[in-house]
Design a protein around this ligand. Structure first.
Ligand SMILES: Nc1nc2c(ncn2[C@@H]2O[C@H](COP(=O)(O)OP(=O)(O)O)[C@@H](O)[C@H]2O)c(=O)[nH]1
Ligand SMILES: [Mg+2]
Length: 690
């Protein structure tokens, strides 16, 4: 395929709540444009966008998918995105590289949680937006009700350009309010005609609303309109384009993806009012300075890798957007984060799972390249000697964790590499090894996200794992000083004998102090070399959990006061052993307590749900430190909550708030575990001895 000129490119994302019809609409647009010969179905796993086996099995999008099509001399790089909350990361990635986000809203279900969540994201990024009201062919679909909700929930600027003709099963056309014409569909093909008479009154009324909605984007036009001037169609279209580009006017159109009503009208709009890449320059950093880069095909080559996909056959596939310049096959660019030279060998255009070779990609275009050496999602590729970087997006720290246990020894060997590669393609997946518990922990955005990661370990890398709850890394300490006592390790019957005697005392230290050791042995009671052996023996036993409850011992000071050795039978080994046995006795006499990790948690919730969320935090032994407004409608709660109470919080908060709450958590400190919530509880969360 040849290079596509920048000004003819439109980058568009379909976003919104899961099930609103984004993937089906992608299919319909590709079909109307002739890019595919028949409409696939989400349920059958036959769509272009849901091409991953995990997506096909569930009948649901889990990641972004690029699906370009040509329309009236333009190339529309359509990006279908997932609607489920766990995969918001890919929606963010798509919003970064498009110039228009089409919010697909079901006329049956109306504005749903993820519609609002993504609207907020897009607004904060200043991305131009429009709305496609879908499923108008379905029973109980209502355009009016949906439009009211859009106005209500998404704020000012929502401007309907169309009205549906017919409803539910008899929905068959669209009235275009700007041109006063009807488009009547049969088999996806429109025929234009006059607006049906019975709609005229409604049409006039909505038309006036629309004009008022549009003229606000252009001050001149607004003044003239208020003076009684009727704007011409050209003027309206110009103001509309301006309003879209500045993200102040959000046109609403309507249709049905399955009945293919309104699809070609949508495609027309994408190329007519969708901003070309050159109109939306990006700000990048070059060292300490910020530079604004426009999508100029003659400029310095610069590309953003917005998604990396680990492919078992091709290796790694990097999806990139050319921000400036023109990139050709076999060009060399440098990864600005790592400084590594990357050869762009074999550029291609991506459509779902298919790759079509292309000789180059001009500024504004989106394509793919395989086998970049060390490039991960979010990296920038720039010319040698010009370390320009697109500012990284901050990914929220993952909130839900599980531990993975390999099935076999062979799986164990491959696990680390496989996890590393999965994390490379998915910046929201965190892999950690907990040194205290020895578990390999996967942290992600929700239950579905983690389940998919585990499935992909198997499918992509052939690594089979079981999952288990993450153990809380409890610790143990003493709470009172322990008077000196003496322990003698003696084994002198038969063979090589062992002998070591130590006198130790202990005292508790403040939280976080760790371990202190002091040697007070005087007069050479034991040889110099045996003192470090005692210290090492204590340290090893503490780390191993050689106290009473079996958790690592921390925050205490142990003093070696005296000792005795045997000229033949003593050894470093014997002293180490003596120290470790003595430790258990010290712990037993020190009124031992268990320490639990406590996290600092920030929960953002709609104000009307504050009471429920506070009550729930209370039930989790949370200590609320304060509450402050986040926006007009939201509050942030700051609290300290024991880690053991947070293990399912990601899922629980979602159900308490209907998906409208979010939170972040990070380890803060260790605190004494209250006796009532101590070990011995039967649930999976109770501390277990190792
Ligand atoms: N009746 C009707 N069903 C639709 C329409 N668009 C999508 N669907 C169905 O809605 C379900 C979810 O569609 P999908 O494209 O997966 O939604 P997504 O999650 O937004 O990608 C599927 O069963 C589609 O067949 C439509 O316009 N009319
Ligand atoms: Mg989908």
């Amino acid at each position: 395929m040849q290079l596509f000129p920048s000004e003819k490119i439109r980058n568009v994302a379909l976003v919104g709540h899961g099930g609103s019809g984004k993937t089906t609409l992608t299919e319909a647009l590709l079909h109307r444009a002739g890019a595919i010969s028949r409409l696939g179905h989400v349920e059958d796993g036959t769509t272009v966008a849901d091409h991953d086996p995990e997506e096909q099995r569930r009948g649901q999008s889990l990641g972004l998918a690029v699906a370009p099509f040509e329309w009236k001399g333009h190339k529309v790089n359509l990006i279908d995105t997932p609607g489920y909350a766990d995969f918001l990361g890919d929606v963010r990635a798509a919003l970064r590289v498009v110039d228009l986000a089409v919010f697909v809203v079901s006329a049956v279900d109306g504005v749903q949680v993820q519609t609002e969540v993504v609207w907020r994201e897009a607004a904060s990024l200043g991305v131009p937006r429009m709305i496609f009201v879908n499923k108008l062919d379905r029973e109980r679909a209502s355009f009016e009700r949906t439009l009211d909700q859009l106005r209500d929930r998404l704020g000012t600027g929502v401007a309907p350009l169309e009205l549906p003709i017919g409803s539910e099963a008899s929905f068959h056309g669209i009235a275009d309010l700007l041109t006063d014409t009807a488009h009547l569909y049969e088999g996806g093909v429109p025929r234009t005609g006059p607006i049906p008479e019975d709609m005229e009154a409604l049409e006039h009324q909505v038309h006036d609303n629309l004009v008022e909605g549009i003229v606000v984007a252009d001050d001149d036009l607004l003044v003239r309109y208020l003076d009684g001037d009727i704007p011409s169609l050209d003027e309206l279209e110009h103001a509309l384009t301006l309003g879209i580009e500045t993200a102040t006017v959000f046109p609403v159109v309507c249709g049905s993806a399955t009945a293919e009503v309104g699809i070609d009208r949508l495609a027309d709009l994408l190329v007519e009012i969708g901003p070309p890449p050159a109109d939306r320059p990006v700000t990048v950093t070059a060292g300490d300075t910020e530079v604004v880069v426009a999508a100029d095909p003659e400029g310095q080559p610069l590309a953003l890798v917005f998604k990396v996909i680990a492919d078992p056959f091709v290796g790694q596939v990097s999806l990139l957007k050319v921000l400036s310049g023109t990139i050709r096959n076999d060009d060399h660019l440098v990864n600005s984060r790592t400084g590594t030279d990357e050869r762009l060998h074999g550029l291609f255009i991506v459509r779902g799972k298919d790759h079509e070779p292309v000789e180059g990609l001009a500024a504004g275009d989106i394509g793919g390249v395989a086998k970049l050496a060390g490039t991960v999602t979010g990296d920038t590729l720039a010319p040698k000697g010009q370390p320009v970087r697109v500012p990284a997006i901050e990914h929220p720290r993952p909130v839900l964790s599980i531990a993975v246990v390999p099935h076999t020894k062979a799986d164990d060997t491959k696990l680390a590499t496989a996890l590393h590669r999965l994390a490379e393609e998915d910046p929201e997946l965190l892999v950690e090894r907990n040194e205290d518990t020895g578990q390999t922990v996967l942290a992600g955005t929700g239950e579905m996200h983690l389940a998919i990661a585990v499935e992909r370990l198997g499918r992509k890398f052939g690594v089979q794992v079981d999952t288990e709850p993450v153990q809380v890394a409890y610790r143990e300490t003493i709470s009172v000083p322990v008077a000196p006592f003496t322990y003698t390790h003696k084994k002198q019957s038969g063979g090589h004998g062992q002998y070591a005697q130590v006198t130790l005392s202990a005292e508790p230290l403040e939280r976080g102090a760790g371990f202190e050791f002091e040697n007070k042995v005087v007069g050479g009671a034991i040889s110099k070399g045996y003192v470090p052996a005692v210290e090492r023996g204590l340290q090893e036993a503490m780390a191993r959990g050689g106290g009473i409850a079996g958790y690592p011992l921390v925050d205490l000071k142990i003093t070696l006061r005296d000792g005795k050795e045997h000229s033949v039978d003593s050894s470093e080994m014997a002293f180490r052993h003596a120290a470790s046995v003595a430790l258990k006795e010290l712990a037993a006499q020190g009124a031992p307590v268990i320490l639990e990790p406590v996290s600092q948690v920030d929960v953002t919730v709609p104000s009307d749900l504050l009471g429920e969320v506070l009550g729930d935090l209370n039930a989790r032994r949370g200590r609320v430190q304060g509450t402050e407004p986040e926006s007009e409608a939201e509050q942030v709660v700051h609290a300290l909550v024991p880690e053991s109470e947070l293990r399912t919080y990601a899922t629980d908060l979602r159900s308490i708030t209907g998906g409208r709450g979010r939170f972040s958590a990070r380890h803060d400190h260790y605190d004494v575990l209250p006796a009532t919530s101590g070990p011995g509880e039967a649930d999976a969360g109770a501390p277990t001895r190792r």
